[in-house]
Write a protein that binds this ligand. Structure first.
Ligand code: T5A
Length: 206
């Protein structure tokens, strides 16, 4: 099998970082240690873009500026980190990828879907994850977990309606590409979600 690119998606506090480690451990057992990365970020320059994106600013952040920044970071991430790893035979596990732009900038900010489709095709030239695990939970559940950690970044200060729109956009992505995106219920305990992650991987790659 060619090296796989697996992304993990969901709202804040859905448990992506927690389950990413479970996913990486499964990949290690089957194909050797993967490159574990995240978006926005994953390279020095893309991490700098992440800092700009998540920081609080005195001036309003234009929604298109936000979209272009996430895609600028993604292009850099793809060309200098993800593609080289895959070419080298290494699997890649990423905490978020393009589906997050549909969710947050499409659903959350209201940028028309077709504009994101167009940008994605120009910037990524057809590249997408081989498999995406979407950890789905109501916005309130994820936000309550995220808030326990303390200070909120610029996007985390949005209201619940914003995150419910993001969730609806994830649903749309899932229904548009059901062979790639697997929805997992993220409302249970960490152990039960981990079991669902492993089950989904075993079923997909059996
Ligand atoms: N963004 C990103 C865009 O707007 N557009 C884009 O294109 C992209 C790529 C990035 C931000 O950027 C935006 C979206 C985001 O706002 P991020 O680094 O991905 O942010 O961060 P968050 O989603 O904010 O990450 P979080 O750390 O908040 O959420 P996780 O990773 O889903 O959750 P995790 O694993 O860190 O868990 C959070 C807490 O909950 C507990 C954990 O122990 C931890 O304390 N927890 C559970 N508790 C109970 N039950 C469970 N099942 C639990 N799972 C985890």
């Amino acid at each position: 099998m060619k090296p796989q690119f697996i992304s993990i998606e969901g709202l804040e506090g859905a448990g992506k970082s927690t389950q990413r480690d479970v996913l990486a451990a499964w990949v290690t057992k089957h194909s050797g240690p993967p490159m574990v990365t995240r978006e926005p970020g994953g390279t020095v320059m893309a991490e700098q873009i992440r800092s700009v994106l998540l920081a609080h600013h005195d001036e309003p952040v234009d929604v298109w500026t936000e979209l272009l920044l996430v895609f600028a970071a993604r292009r850099q991430h793809l060309s200098t980190a993800i593609r080289p790893a895959l070419t080298n035979g290494q699997w890649v596990v990423s905490d978020r990828f393009t589906d997050a732009s549909y969710a947050y900038q499409g659903g959350g900010r209201g940028i028309p879907w077709e504009h994101i489709v167009d940008l994605e095709s120009r910037v990524l030239e057809g590249f997408k994850p081989d498999l995406t695990l979407w950890l789905d939970c109501p916005a309130e559940v994820g936000l309550a977990r995220a808030r326990q950690r303390g200070e909120l970044d610029r996007i985390e200060t949005e209201d619940v309606d914003f995150f419910e729109r993001c969730r609806t956009a994830y649903e749309r992505r899932c229904s548009e590409d059901p062979g790639r995106i697997i929805r997992l219920d993220a409302t249970g305990t960490i152990a039960s979600v981990s079991a669902a992650v492993i089950h989904a991987l075993e079923a997909h790659y059996s």
